[in-house]
Design a protein. Sequence first.
Length: 583
Amino acid sequence: MNLKAARPASNPASLGPGRPEKQRLGDVLVQQRLISLEQLQQTLELQRKTVKKVGRLLIESGIITEELLANGLARQLHIPFVNLKTFPFRADVVRLLPESAARRFRALVLEDKGETLLVAMSDPLDLFAFDELTRILKRPITIAAAPESQLGPAFDRLYRRTEEISGLARALEKDIGEAVDFGELTASVGIEGAPVVRLLQSLFEDAIQVGASDVHIEPQENELQIRVRVDGVLQTQTMADKRIAGALVQRLKLMAGLDISEKRLPQDGRFSVRVKDHTVDVRMATLPTHYGESAVMRLLTQSAGMRRLDAIGMPATMLKRFREVLARSAGLVLVTGPTGSGKTTTLYAALAEINVAELKVVTVEDPIEYRLPGITQVQVNDKIELSFSRVLRGTLRQDPDVILVGEMRDAETAEIGLRAAITGHLVLSTLHTRDAISTPFRLLDMGVPPFMVATSLQAVIAQRLVRLNCTECLEPQTPTAQEQAWLTSMLAPGQTVVPQRGRGCSACNGAGYSGRHGLYELLEMDAALTQAASRADPAEFMRLARERMKGQTLSHHVLELVSQGRTSLAEALRIGFDVDEVD
């Protein structure tokens, strides 16, 4: 259960299970010899000036760690110490205590022991919190000590809004009945208590809380499916009556300024919402399906900030080479990969490397994902024929030094971008290709003349995102036959790897993974590659490119993460099958 039995204290401070005796934290820590009397007196002097709690001041000053503090209290009070990161929580037991009370009193219900409840607290000496928790739970409680820093993430993990969302969906079903009255629904949009408004608010709060990148609202034949994408994988949030789908999409279209009467054609829009002190930009796309309009929303949290190039996971040697490419005054730099592989993040990180005080930087995007100070950003709008190619032509008359094109969508945009690169501009853009080697041929396939590709393309970065193993439940992994075959094909003679994976625990919601990491490969164009590209000779180009990228492909990068225990073979295999192997 991850409950560590506390050693008997020399001076018992608790009368066994139940309400602890009133004590001062400083005296307990001195008694446990975790701090000196002099350190306590200095902290008490500081407390008179700051009005902060003694425990917080001791931690902030580096005198004691949170884990030592919690362990010391556990020993003194004869109570267990619990590691919340690995504790096997039960959702029904945790929710015996409402979220508001849990956050207020910094407490979590761990176990239902029949007559009593075991409750973890960051401050087991807080008698007021003890009495209030007993009153709210209507049961006698016993206490366990837990580090304060583990409680916040545990609250976000355990108090998902699944039940609240399902309840609001049921309430909305009753309001709507058999058919959606759009007139009444539109009139009720401003009413704060409307179920549809509260349901959407809860959806967004839950998605932000778990770090979701997308929210999917998908009407099915007999029900409405709502899913969120976390670490690249879709998780079902709730299933509801399909009759509420129209109301949800209707409200979202109003927020995004879309045509609520048009349900036969796809529509795109965007809006911003404020969720728990976070400003979230939402990109929304609707699609007419057989069972109604489906809506997908990409969530972009502005408060998260733009990542720096040295913080996106690019290997040090590749990062050095990429920075040298960015320092050039002209040429085309492409970032490639499938949708959702982090291409835009890499482009913005590259822009952060450029001195915008000395250079004119213009971006052409659809949509603008992050607002950047000192940079001219243009939003493409196809409704008024403000296309990529049209904006790009106008951009060239703005005396730019650096141009970022959100995506090379067609031959016209690609050709204008390449001409800009030839005529003395540094152009950054994205392209959907499988790997770095195939990128020049994708441009040729789009109809761009070979000489333009050869003379303007400077470098190509291909990337993917791979899920990282949860560090709290990491364990050795026995490879399957398929995984072992891939591993054998990638390892050098005599090289061995001990693969690991996450077993699944409360810290990772049973997934075995927590967070993602970028995988990269870089192909720089040199004279020989340029000559092969100008002749449109795929065989020679690919042979030369393989030589240049030997041991530095996406597959080799993911193999390095496997050898470090940071990701699993299952994730490596997914990347390995997605790209061509390069020796």
